[in-house]
Design a protein around this ligand. Structure first.
Ligand code: PLP
Length: 437
């Protein structure tokens, strides 16, 4: 009998304990979690302060209907508004995970357009490489080929713009006109579908699992948002992976100096201590939906008091210990060491990213940027070898560009962990190189 998971996985492990930045297997093996789980854990595992707060809340308010206010909810709302959210995003809708929060964001965008007399504006543009979640709608509209397999005939077909990908720009790698090329594509897609039919563009400010820390050319997003505004199209930023300090900013949109109309966060919002996510919008959007008499329905387990408490406790720790301020210096050290040790490696096409979201793109032929054959399952091999050597890495990439390793450790790592990540990654890449030489 197969005990767990539903479908057996190559990387099956039994973890009996996690503490700080480390996982411990049943056999007593210690693994550095360079992936923060699924790029979730920012403050480290096993914090007593968070556990105590959750226990207190479980006894005080076990379950309360999501729309009712409770002290636990109020504490989180104050924490988010006073210390984290961009000031223009005043309205907060809570759910349990990133997919649910993205679904809510799309409902809000479509309902907003309908409420202002634009019911035809109901296309949600997404990007050719992107990941927004695992519900059927998110599976369909995300640009993550591997996660659609067997569902292509059922899920909605994504209407996409090209994801700016400087390394693989069709004009040439890091081409000086890359920004204009991708902006032209945005304009063409808008004109193809008709601005009068488009509600919003949903984007990840930095690609996570669909690409591994891909950044657009400098200045792209500022101009892209101007194009959206002039076409009366909303901007929805999915900061599920990037939110709460991961890339060195509270939210990555700050980096581009853009103001999304709706923003989504999850993962780091609770560092994995409880299931919680948020959809944040402007007053204008919420008021318009309300005035039309529409509902933004809640999920039964949305805003559970104990999830709110876990999130407040985690966010307070981030602030008290100045952990977000440590992300940039740690990330710089890690990236510099990676570049020094692996930048010239024949299988490494690019080492990219900011803060503690770093991507390493692996290719068979560096000059031609040719990927390995899909059947070789290079990323899986790297992940397995990494685990054998005591480091959990995260898989990025999909479709044609599938061999990308993501690093997203907790913000509490030090020099020893940086050294271990780099040396293990080097060993795994040398192993692959030797195997396919
Ligand atoms: N959006 C982004 C950018 C993500 O990285 C993820 C998960 O990896 C999701 C949405 C989906 O979140 P969840 O798995 O919590 O539903």
């Amino acid at each position: 009998m197969i005990k767990w998971p539903y479908l057996p996985q190559d990387l099956g492990l039994e973890i009996v304990k996690s503490e700080g930045a480390y996982l411990y297997t049943k056999e007593g093996f210690k693994i550095l979690d360079a992936a923060g789980g699924a790029i979730v854990n920012n403050i480290g595992y096993g914090r007593e302060e968070v556990a105590d707060a959750i226990k207190k809340t479980a006894l005080n308010n076990t379950y309360v209907l999501p729309p009712f206010l409770t002290p636990e909810r109020e504490e989180l709302l104050d924490e988010l508004r006073n210390h984290w959210l961009p000031p223009h995003l005043t309205r907060i809708h809570l759910s349990s995970g990133g997919s649910e929060a993205n679904e809510s964001a799309i409902k809000m965008a479509i309902q907003y357009q309908a409420s202002r007399g634009e019911p035809k504006k109901n296309i949600i543009l997404t990007r050719s490489l992107s990941y927004h979640g695992t519900t059927l709608n998110m599976t369909g509209i995300s640009g993550h080929a591997a996660r659609k397999r067997g569902l292509e005939n059922y899920v909605p077909v994504a209407k996409t713009i090209e994801t700016p990908y400087p390394l693989r720009c069709p004009l040439g790698s890091f081409h000086p006109d890359a920004k204009d090329y991708y902006l032209k594509n945005l304009k063409e897609v808008i004109s193809h579908h008709g601005a009068e039919n488009i509600a919003a563009l949903l984007m990840e400010p930095v690609n996570g699992s669909s690409g591994g820390a891909i950044y657009p050319p400098e200045g792209y997003w500022k101009e892209a948002q101007d194009i959206l505004i002039s076409n009366d199209i909303l901007l929805i930023a999915d900061e599920v992976m990037t939110g709460f300090g991961r890339t060195g900013y509270k939210f990555s949109c700050e980096d581009y100096e853009i103001k999304p109309d709706i923003m989504i966060a999850g993962k780091g919002m609770s560092s994995g201590y409880a299931a919680i996510s948020g959809t944040y919008s402007t007053d204008k959007i919420a008021e318009s939906i309300m005035n039309a008499g529409y509902l933004v329905m809640f999920h039964t387990f949305a805003a559970l008091p104990l999830s709110c408490t876990a999130s407040s406790a985690v966010l307070k720790i981030l602030r008290r210990e100045n952990l977000c301020e440590k992300v940039n210096p740690l990330g710089k050290k890690l990236k510099q060491k990676l570049i020094a040790e692996l930048g010239h490696h024949p299988l490494v096409a690019e080492i990219r990213g900011k803060g503690l979201l770093i991507g390493v793109e692996i290719v068979k032929d560096k000059d031609k940027l040719l990927s390995f054959d899909e059947n070789e399952r290079i990323t899986d091999q790297i992940l397995s070898k990494g685990l054998e050597e005591g480091v959990l890495l995260y898989p990025g990439g999909t479709g044609e560009y599938r061999d990308i390793i993501c690093l997203g450790p907790p913000y509490i790592i030090g020099n020893d962990e940086i050294d271990l990540i780099v040396s293990v990654l080097k060993k795994t890449l040398n192993y692959i190189q030797a195997k396919y030489a």
